[in-house]
Design a protein around this ligand. Structure first.
Ligand code: GLA
Length: 394
């Protein structure tokens, strides 16, 4: 889809001759630190150049009209600034509706409605955070259109609140943070307990990050995501009977091993083990990257996947097949699932000269085992959510 086509669609759908303003929010990958965010640990994500675009124009009345190029069959979804409750029948439009509602409730003055067209180039349900992308996109649209001064972390927290309190997924802060604060060619280490963060340049030189989509659809709300979170909370409550900790992210590996017997349920113990070890691994991984030890970084990625497979149990045949095939190819530094799991995407760091062969071999193997092909994308790390004022091309 070309931008001229998108402009034409906007003008046709909303019967206007005006030129809309254009905003963009990326998707994200997570390099390491999975299912650690809601456990008070660290994550290490990066925003990617695939994302969601919005073409938007202010209205003079109170109407909000939403249209998605990706769900064109549902046509325009319309509501009013005073009626922003969640409605099942509004489907995808609940994400922007929730964001507008919570921004209003937070005291931001959104005086008039708008016509807005969304176009996403991140596959839906692939674990690259298409939903957080729409939330943060709506945040920057409102900020730009209504001249609001919004602290970015506040916007990020409102995005998470939409997931938690409006959509009903008990997700952590990673996705909105990565998308709201992303920086071109950098990954971001975030302490999810304090929200302190640092950027690290991702200079991979002869290597390339490949995103591998299992093409197994998943939706977070119907998955076991909330269950995993509850299991970690139980484990934490058990540990707190003896230890003065706020989250699993407070524990070292040694402390966990010393006190894990307090966690009564064996399954909960495995979940907590992952959370603690993964958090420690994430900090170590950053160190390796800073020291230029990419091979060691890759090893930690592989360990992360094994832990998500065996202790957290959020992988499944598709992700495991893809990742183990990837890990065995020449020129591969490391590979792991990324995001919530239960299908969705994995990532691999691969030597550029091996990429073409890598894709063919991994895909052949995957198709043989799973019965349908995977899809591969080259990941480039782009900026976080913002208005696009320069020349743009979808
Ligand atoms: C999803 C959630 C995040 C995070 C990851 C797992 O992407 O939205 O908050 O918990 O899963 O690391």
């Amino acid at each position: 889809m070309r931008n001229q086509q998108l402009l034409n669609t906007f003008q046709t759908i909303f019967s206007t001759t005006e030129t809309p303003r254009i905003f963009f929010a990326p998707g994200r990958i997570n390099l390491i630190g999975e299912h650690t965010d809601y456990n008070g640990g660290h994550v290490f994500p990066a925003s990617i150049s695939y994302g969601t675009y919005a073409l938007v124009q202010k209205r003079n009345d109170q109407k909000l009209r939403f249209y998605s190029q990706n769900f064109s069959h549902t046509g325009i979804i319309e509501c009013n600034l005073a009626e922003l409750d969640y409605l099942q029948r509004d489907g995808w439009a609940n994400f922007p509706k929730g964001m507008i509602k919570f921004m209003q409730e937070r005291g931001y003055n959104i005086a008039t409605g708008m016509d807005i067209l969304y176009y996403g180039v991140i596959p839906n349900g692939a674990g690259l955070s298409s939903s957080a992308s729409i939330e943060m996109l709506t945040g920057v649209v409102l900020e730009g259109l209504y001249n609001l001064t919004i602290d970015r972390v506040d916007m990020i927290l409102l995005g998470q609140k939409v997931e938690n309190d409006y959509i009903g997924v008990n997700s952590g802060i990673m996705d909105q943070f990565a998308i709201g604060k992303g920086k071109k060619d950098h990954a971001l280490l975030l302490n999810c307990e304090t929200l302190e963060y640092t950027y690290t340049p991702l200079e991979l030189k002869i290597h390339q990050i490949i995103i591998m989509n299992t093409n197994k659809q998943r939706t977070l709300s119907s998955s076991k995501y909330n269950e995993r979170r509850a299991q970690c909370e139980h484990a934490l409550a058990n540990l707190q009977t003896e230890l003065p900790i706020k989250s699993l992210g407070d524990l070292t590996v040694e402390q966990f091993e010393q006190w894990k017997h307090l966690i009564k349920d064996k399954t909960h113990q495995k979940r907590a083990k992952h959370a603690v070890y993964e958090n420690v691994r994430t900090i170590e991984a950053l160190q390796k990257l800073n020291d230029g030890k990419l091979a060691d970084f890759g090893k930690l990625m592989n360990e992360s996947h094994a832990s998500l497979q065996n202790d957290y149990e959020v992988t499944g045949l598709e992700l495991d097949t893809l990742v183990s095939a990837a890990q065995q190819q020449s020129g591969v530094i490391g590979a792991r699932m990324t995001g919530a799991g239960f299908g969705g995407c994995a990532i691999a760091i691969v030597e550029k000269e091996h990429v073409d062969r890598f894709k063919i071999i991994v895909n052949d193997y995957y198709t043989k085992i799973v019965g349908y092909p995977a899809t591969f994308y080259l990941a480039t790390i782009g900026d976080g959510a913002k208005e696009i004022t320069e020349e743009w091309r979808v």
